[in-house]
Write a protein that binds this ligand. Structure first.
Ligand code: FES
Ligand SMILES: [Fe+2]
Length: 424
């Protein structure tokens, strides 16, 4: 495959056309964002590969029988709390002839019954009921060697860390703690420093490939250029004291920023005449940004990403997980679960709810993200031989103590490329 960037032609190297270099992962073929074959390959190699996919917050399903329907990649799954309290995950596809078994997003039920022919399953996905299994009046039914044990729902490995539930199709994925690694665990421990509960959800369909969003949340460069609200009201500015960090795989990243003085932060925007900083703008209702800082969280903004689909968001007092769900090569869904600490008082919960307006489908900050990556998708489908240019801050994956970098994006692509090209 040839790729062209700024008119220059470069050769990619993998026979499978999936490894690319020159200059490494700092140039990503646009084909990766719309090609059906690549999409299907990444379902197998990434989402059903040796990774842990975020699927729930433990406290969303506190009681035996509580369940949540979700996806791992584009495979429908169910996360259910068992009779003994353990959490189980299984594929939401009937072992008989493939119908979706669980049709609600969440609820409570001690069994899951497929409506097509009424096969029923327990909370671990085991088959427990088959109508007319022995036929009727000596006729029909299944053969004598049919066993329920051989026809359960496909089970996934399930594990939790700091109240977050992850699932994996792969026996090769390391234990969850090791998969997350020291760097990601440190930041999860800091944000999820005490028990949490979900406050509510937002869901957003975006007509763009899921990896464009994975790039977006690893991109400190756009944070104050695309988002007028960020730059104007000091939520995130590249001129803030900030840093990017990542684990050795490159897939798990953290972008974090702290306020400096208004003058230190805005001088660069004025000098560069950047339109997203509007000195004269003021909030008609300043209470939006008047939350008390959490004593254990000393950043204005922390966006943590856990490969492949989880984002942990802390923007001022707004806390949320975001899950990226691929819906085909050119479509994705973004599901945000806003949460609060269990011990928060009423005033703090109210602030977190109000600041939920910063993110989400119509959020003051994140409204532009969906639009920006749709603009990319619309354009690159006509540029299959071209590639993106991801060289801000160099071409490698070094950790940086400034925010004028695309290093976390290169980290994501490094991790993705390892999975897509590894020998099986
Ligand atoms: S497809 Fe589910 S019982 Fe037949
Ligand atoms: Fe953004």
């Amino acid at each position: 495959m040839n790729t062209r960037q700024n008119g220059q032609s470069t050769e990619t190297t993998s026979p499978a056309e999936l490894a690319w270099d020159s200059p490494g992962v700092a140039s990503v073929p646009y084909k990766f964002f719309f090609d059906q074959e690549i999409y299907e390959l990444e379902q197998r190699r990434v989402f059903r590969g040796p990774v842990w996919n975020y699927v729930a917050i433990e406290s969303e399903i506190p009681n035996p029988g509580d369940f949540k329907a979700n996806f791992v990649g584009d495979t429908p799954i169910v996360v259910a709390r068992g009779r003994e309290g353990a959490i189980h995950t299984f594929v939401n596809r009937c072992a008989h002839r493939g119908a979706l078994v669980c049709r609600e997003i969440r609820g409570n039920s001690m069994t899951h019954v497929c409506i097509y022919h009424q096969w029923s399953y327990d909370l671990e996905g085991n088959l427990i009921g088959v109508p007319f299994r022995h036929g009727l009046e000596g006729k029909g039914g299944y053969s004598s060697d049919f066993t329920t044990a051989g026809h359960g729902l496909q089970k996934l490995r399930t594990a939790s860390y700091a109240g977050l539930v992850f699932a994996s199709f792969s026996a090769e994925a390391p234990v969850l703690e090791d998969y997350l690694g020291d760097v990601a665990r440190k930041w999860i421990d800091r944000t999820l420093n005490r028990p949490i509960r979900a406050l509510g959800y937002s869901r957003q369909l975006i007509d763009a490939n899921w990896k464009l969003y994975a790039e977006n949340v690893r991109d400190p460069y756009h944070g104050s250029l695309l988002h007028l609200f960020n730059a104007t009201f000091g939520i995130a500015r590249v001129s803030q004291e900030g840093a990017v960090t990542m684990d050795p795989s490159g897939g798990h990243n953290v972008i974090h920023a702290r306020k400096r003085t208004q003058e230190q932060e805005t001088r660069a925007y004025s000098q560069e005449k950047i339109r997203s900083y509007q000195k004269s703008f003021a909030l008609a209702d300043p209470s939006l940004l008047q939350g008390e800082p959490d004593p254990l969280i000393d950043t204005t903004t922390t966006i943590q990403t856990i490969f492949p689909v989880l984002v942990i968001q802390q923007i001022a007092n707004s806390l949320a997980t975001r899950q990226i769900i691929p819906k085909g090569p050119s479509r994705m869904e973004l599901v945000s679960t806003f949460f609060t600490y269990v011990d928060d008082d009423e005033q703090t919960v109210s602030t977190r709810l109000k600041q939920a307006n910063l993110a989400g489908p119509a959020g003051y900050i994140s409204m532009e993200d969906g639009y920006a990556i749709e603009l990319v998708q619309q354009s690159i489908v006509h540029g299959g031989d071209y590639a993106s240019f991801v060289e801000l801050g160099g071409t490698g994956r070094k950790l940086e103590d400034d925010l004028v970098t695309e290093s976390p994006i290169r980290g994501f692509w490094h991790c993705y490329r390892e999975l897509m090209t590894r020998a099986l």
